[in-house]
Design a binder for this molecule. Structure first.
Ligand code: ATP
Ligand code: MG
Length: 680
């Protein structure tokens, strides 16, 4: 990574946005100096820092060792005992939070349900007893395949309560993907729903479970909650989903929970700090999904602390994260982080477009949401629809906004800031991964000024380093590999059942480089250096700019260009709604740029516009970054979590007929359209 480059954009990249004086005065962390002081302490004395922070959670038994680092494996809080469900529920019951709303649920059609901490506790204890009756014990794996209904949160907390390991599979996945994930973790029980309802449509979840279980010998029982009023297959009527119940294997949630002998008392199991909490498969953007294993105490502490500071959570706030609990964002910031802090978390079953593109804003107004956390893909899609939708509702309750999942282009950031936050709300652009368990790089909103498009500075205890191919540190603004040089408590512990792949994927890249030079960032730690797979650069203020996945970084005649930056340049043109760029081989330059561009509504696809876009990129970044091809695409291939799948776009641009695995795509038909219109 040799060449330096900076965006020469119409949006000055050093323009900073700070929270208001009032926001900072009320924040947990109030100033940059306070952040710097605490950050400095957290990296100079990490064990001391985490020991101090450990007071945030309840321990049945105190730990006697903070960290054991047997590179690359780490263990935290050894000797300690705690329980995640106890921390999320029981400890609030003796406080004023007992009758506070824990979960407010908004259904697809606007129906609503609220669980106070006390009510949620009762349901969780009961369901934990149901699991025990079905022979689920500590360490057993339970697969949860459900839509966004409260029973999903109840099921995961019930697993945590008795020490069962949950593996949640996003409800949009097919029978095939579900089967592979169940078999990989050898789940003994599946919790599902007759069917899901999303955007007014029925999703046949139980049918998918039935199909996958034909090839899942480990599963002994299935518990089915009712959502879509599905009828059993023997007396089906048109218009309803069908739900076949297999005798001896399948049980209705209601029948089990309403059983007169079912106790609502269930003690939380005292878990060792390093007992597994859950397995979660990554989105599969880059290949075969990996079963990421997270454990108990470190994960709990880290999600609790990041939730408190990054979302600057206060007792009276209503917090809404629009992710699905099937992704890590939902695990950490719909359920565990918020509940451990005693927060009110909003759980939303629907989509941003149903019944119309104002749905998010209508829900914000309805519940007076204070903190709103969503994905750049949703922001870009809603921006494309125009501001008449955002102006329909009162958004004055909002005080903080957040994003996660992909780099956010400065253009989309500004749209969010102006139209949703009304120039009042700080935005936290949170960089993290399934593997990291919680947010690693993000503004702390009362303390760190934001620059649109930058995830800014590391969270306490996190030590990111940008490295060049040879293992030396990249210079200011020089792109490179984003790595983390010291463990943090919610770091993944392994890939379930495959520690070799864990080492290979995340720790091999720099493991064999010399670490003898005292000035090297690898000194003493290269075998434990976590390789994130993302590219990044650090600017003169120490702010991190994510460039996209390292495999996507484009190398033109020795110049390294981040896909994220070229895409941002394209999106900054008035006609462009969305863009994705990929490299393709070029005889002279090594690689050239192939850009897929989705235009805004009503814009014509002309050659003139293509030329204009190419010139625009040259002016915004540099002539080196000029796309060789502009491919107007009505839709881009995205994962079910809304991320653009560049692996597929790359295969199409390279002229391949076989584009590889498309099972994690939200809409596989997009691929055929692109193959027909590609330019070779
Ligand atoms: P797979 O690892 O299976 O390919 P995935 O990486 O998409 O899937 P996740 O763990 O859900 O699975 O996503 C993490 C990735 O998302 C990060 O590595 C990064 O590329 C991207 N990402 C998340 N948040 C941000 C952000 N704020 N800015 C830039 N990129 C982000
Ligand atoms: Mg990943």
């Amino acid at each position: 990574m040799s060449e330096q480059h900076t965006i020469n954009s119409s949006l000055d990249e050093n323009r900073k946005f700070s929270a208001s004086k009032e926001f900072s005065a009320n924040a947990h962390i109030k100033s940059i100096s306070e952040y710097k002081q605490l950050y400095g302490h957290s990296v100079k004395n990490p064990e001391q820092f985490w020991k101090e922070q450990s007071q945030l959670i309840h321990w049945f038994k105190p730990f006697n060792k903070v960290l054991e680092w047997n590179k690359p494996f780490c263990m935290w809080f050894l000797g300690g005992k705690t329980n995640v469900a106890y921390n999320c529920l029981d400890r609030h019951l003796s406080t004023a939070r007992k009758n506070k709303a824990a979960i407010i649920w908004e259904g697809d059609n606007g129906e609503t349900k609220t669980y106070t901490y006390q009510q949620l506790h009762r349901e969780v204890c009961k369901f934990a007893n149901v699991l025990k009756q079905k022979n689920i014990a500590k360490g057993d794996r339970v697969c949860i395949y459900m839509p966004m209904v409260p029973e999903l949160a109840i099921a995961m907390l019930a697993c945590a309560r008795i020490g069962a390991v949950h593996s949640i599979v996003f409800g949009g996945f097919s029978a095939h993907s579900l089967r592979d994930r169940i078999n990989d973790c050898q789940a003994k029980l599946v919790v599902t729903t007759d069917a899901g309802i999303r955007g007014g449509k029925i999703v046949p979840l139980k049918e998918n479970v039935d199909k996958s279980l034909e090839e899942c010998p480990s599963v002994q029982s299935v518990i089915v909650s009712r959502r879509a009023n599905a009828v059993s297959s023997s007396n089906s009527s048109s218009g309803s989903a069908i739900c076949h119940m297999k005798d001896g294997r399948d049980f209705w949630w209601d029948d089990e929970m309403n059983h007169e002998n079912l106790s609502s008392v269930c003690d939380a199991v005292e878990m060792e700090s390093e007992d597994p909490l859950f397995i979660l498969y990554t989105s599969g953007t880059t290949g075969k999904p990996k079963g990421i294993l997270h454990t108990t105490a470190g994960y709990l502490l880290y999600t609790t602390l990041t939730f408190k500071h990054i979302f600057d959570y206060h007792e009276e706030d209503t917090f809404w994260c629009t992710a699905d609990i099937g992704w890590v964002t939902g695990h950490s910031y719909i359920v565990y982080g918020p509940l451990s802090n005693g927060a009110t978390t909003l759980m939303f079953e629907g989509t941003p477009f149903y019944p119309d593109p104002a749905r998010f804003w209508q829900v914000v107004e309805k519940y007076k949401v204070n903190i709103f956390y969503t994905a750049p893909t949703a922001i870009r899609a809603l921006a494309k629809e125009g501001i008449e939708w955002t102006n329909k509702y009162d958004l004055s309750s909002l005080r903080l906004l957040g994003t996660v999942g992909e780099p956010i282009n400065p253009e989309a950031w500004m749209w969010y800031y102006d139209n949703i936050g009304k120039k009042r709300c700080p935005i936290v652009d949170t960089w993290w991964q399934t593997e990291t368990g919680g947010i690693l790089i993000s503004p702390i909103p009362g303390a760190i000024a934001q620059k649109p498009g930058s995830a800014t500075l590391p969270f306490f205890g996190v030590q990111p380093v940008v490295l060049k191919e040879d293992g030396t540190e990249a210079a200011v603004n020089e792109g490179g590999y984003l790595t983390i040089k010291y463990p943090w408590p919610s770091m993944m512990r392994t890939i379930y059942g495959d520690p070799e792949r864990f080492k290979q994927t995340y720790f091999s890249k720099f493991a064999n480089l010399s670490e003898t030079l005292p000035a090297s960032p690898l000194a003493g730690i290269s075998a434990g250096l976590y390789f994130t797979g993302d590219g990044a650069r650090k600017d003169e203020d120490g702010y991190f700019w994510l460039m996209g996945r390292i495999d996507d970084v484009i190398n033109i005649a020795g110049h390294r260009l981040g896909t994220a930056e070229i895409e941002s340049a394209l999106v900054s043109h008035k006609s462009v709604a969305e863009a994705a760029v990929v490299p393709r081989p070029h005889e002279v330059k090594g690689q050239s740029i192939y850009a897929y561009v989705t235009l805004k509504q009503g814009v014509d696809k002309t050659h003139l516009l293509k030329d204009e876009l190419i010139k625009h990129v040259a002016a915004e970044i540099s002539p080196i970054a000029k796309p060789e091809v502009i491919h107007f695409a009505d839709n881009l291939p995205k994962t079910r979590s809304g991320k653009i799948m560049r692996r597929i776009l790359k295969a199409i641009a390279e002229g391949k007929e076989d584009v590889g695995d498309t099972t994690t795509l939200a809409d596989p038909s997009v691929v055929a359209q692109l193959l027909q219109t590609r330019e070779i």
